[in-house]
Design a protein around this ligand. Structure first.
Ligand SMILES: [Zn+2]
Length: 151
């Protein structure tokens, strides 16, 4: 695990130069740099809100705050990417990318990579858990099968 110490806003911008950071998503990326996956949650009704938005779509509350998730979920859908965006990448094998339905709430889905699993073994509703992978000198969230199948 990397330790950046207290991560101020300027550092978050420096860590993620390719990402359009806003007041709604900066806490998400600040947490990623600390290897924590946080999702915004409504402080009034408890609804989890993703993609990042400033207002709760359920009760219109503006009391939206980031909260760490359990890291467990299931594969809602997935695809195999045969080409990464970086044309200089030597990786040619398919990269499994999935919408993981997080255990916190029905319909709360996070797009991420599936690792530690052969592409042909990935299945819908497969239980997965959060792990971290290094891409371009940064740690990024990914999901792997839960041993034994239950989270
Ligand atoms: Zn709400």
């Amino acid at each position: 695990m990397r330790n950046y110490g207290p991560i101020d806003d300027v550092t978050v911008f420096e860590l993620y130069p390719g990402i359009q950071l806003t007041r709604d998503n900066i806490e998400h990326y600040r947490a990623l740099a600390e290897q924590k996956l946080v999702i915004n949650r409504c402080g009034d009704c408890g609804y989890w809100i993703y993609p990042h938005r400033p207002m709760c779509p359920e009760c219109w509350s503006l009391k939206v705050k980031p909260e760490e998730i359990s890291g467990f979920g299931t594969v809602f859908m997935f695809t195999l990417l045969y080409q990464l965006r970086d044309p200089k990448s030597h990786i040619m094998e398919p990269v499994p990318v999935a919408a993981v339905e997080l255990a916190e709430q029905k319909g709360l889905r996070y797009l991420s990579r599936i690792v530690n699993c052969a592409p042909e073994d990935i299945a819908h509703d497969m239980p997965v858990r959060l792990t971290w992978i290094e891409i371009g000198n940064m740690e990024w969230p990914a999901f792997e099968p839960v041993p034994g199948g239950l989270g």
